[in-house]
Design a protein around this ligand. Structure first.
Ligand code: ADP
Length: 177
């Protein structure tokens, strides 16, 4: 296992890290799953910042694979990095690259913010229907590639339940290191 990758179960809204990543939808107006949990726990500041981004930067919504940062409102983290993962039944041949982009672009934003730690949920594996083991390979490879470029960052993978954590750990067993 890469020494800067930590895998654990928990609620990502409670992570004391510089940035937590939100598996948002392109509207940036909140939603269900982890998106809803982050907006609920973080308060209205996050939504206000998202509205500003829609107005100034992305009037048509945040494209799949892109990432933007806002304040984390009342959360213990300093920033929320919102990214839009691919919807599995629509992404076709682009699924792998789009999911990898979500991770890589989030990491890039974290670097720009000066963060030294970041926590990811399992992007696209909820309502967006990405098969969990497949998503695990892509997430892990994207993060490992980034760390191997020499970036100094602690990367947390946060799973909402033990079962999802086990699926992830089993999937990446062959490619650790
Ligand atoms: P997507 O729309 O990208 O599929 P979801 O929010 O539906 O996003 O699900 C992504 C993953 O986030 C799921 O595996 C879900 O179990 C997990 N999740 C939901 N709430 C939380 C939370 N509070 N902390 C961490 N992970 C969460």
């Amino acid at each position: 296992m890469h020494s800067n990758i930590i895998i654990k179960t928990g609620d990502i809204t409670q992570e004391h890290v510089c940035a937590i990543v939100n598996a948002a939808n392109s509207s940036l107006m909140g939603g269900g799953g982890v998106d809803g949990a982050i907006h609920r726990a973080g308060g209205s500041k996050i939504l206000e910042a998202c509205k500003e981004i829609r107005k100034e930067q992305y009037p048509n919504g945040l494209p799949t694979g892109e990432a933007v940062a806002t304040s984390a409102g009342d959360l213990p983290a300093r920033y929320v990095i919102h990214t839009v993962g691919p919807v599995y039944r629509y992404c076709g041949e682009h699924c792998t690259s789009l999911l990898a982009f979500s991770y890589k672009n989030s990491l890039k934003v974290a670097v720009e913010l000066g963060c030294k730690d970041i926590a990811f949920p399992a992007i696209s594996t909820g309502v967006y229907g990405y098969p969990k083991a497949e998503a695990a390979h892509i997430a892990y490879e994207a993060v490992k590639g980034f760390l191997n470029e020499g970036h100094e960052m602690k990367v947390y993978f946060i799973f909402h339940n033990h079962e999802n954590k086990e699926i992830f750990e089993k999937a990446i067993k062959s490619e650790r290191g």
